[in-house]
Design a binder for this molecule. Sequence first.
Ligand code: ADP
Ligand code: MG
Length: 295
Amino acid sequence: MIHCDNLVKIYKVADLEVVALQGLDLHVEPGELMAIIGNSGSGKSTLLNMLGGLDRPSAGRLMVDGKDLLGMREKDLVKYKRESVGFVWQNNARNLIPYLTAQENVELPILLRGKRKRERAIELLEAVGLSHRRNNKLNQLSGGEQQRVAIAIALANHPKLLLADEPTGSVDTNMANQILDLFRQLCRDLGLTIVIVTHDPALAKKVDRVVAIRDGKTSSEIVRRKSYEQELLDQEQGIEDVQEEESHIEYAVLDQAGRLQIPASYLETIGAKEMNKVKVTVEDGKIVIMPPIKV
Ligand SMILES: Nc1ncnc2c1ncn2[C@@H]1O[C@H](COP(=O)(O)OP(=O)(O)O)[C@@H](O)[C@H]1O
Ligand SMILES: [Mg+2]
């Protein structure tokens, strides 16, 4: 669904250049629910905006659903934005109107008319588990319910790809879990591909794959040994819970040139943190990294 190769985004502000993405690689399978995690300023929102066609990369390759977003004409990019992607933001006030009901809010962006418009809105509210609250004004709904309305709107144009920027940023843990459950259900039932951006490591434990970005580059990938869905099933059947360390495997990302980012804590352990080179050898079928020999 998504192929990013060596993606670069440079923002020009007055005379300054900010390199927000510096050669980022990312691949996402159709129907996958995955998360992108990283500190504030690491380039998460920039990446999401590129994926959603809201802004264009400066260089590299970006294919979404077989479409080349870098080479695409402006007109086609507008069409892509409108027909292929749905967006969910942390601050849903951005696309919701407080004095309208949940249903009226969902109806607004729907291009159908009359009865068909109403039916589609109700269908969408049902998909997000909110049909019982459809006649409530938005300001009578909880934060989590408002977020569901925002998700219903994001689904209005039948997107294949749903992009969520810190979707659980302003709700409590319980609500965050419910929103994730909803995402999982949407993936399963509608075959949607969902990319969630977050800085919350707790959320990362609940998806099957998490890609970490640091300084505008993918640095590591954390993969579940067992899918979260399977784990929930096992828990229900009383099968013993595995330890946190065992439920996930973390991989360092290897780029096309063979570069890899070694966690700072590992370098510290071998006393190579302040060094700009290390000794790399192959021993017994393993690659061994050692601090330089002191002279
Ligand atoms: N429109 C913009 N103009 C200039 N710089 C920007 C713009 N958007 C983001 N940046 C810069 O790009 C970097 C990455 O930002 P962002 O993608 O928002 O990170 P995150 O979402 O991970 O917090 C930051 O240094 C930020 O200041
Ligand atoms: Mg952001």
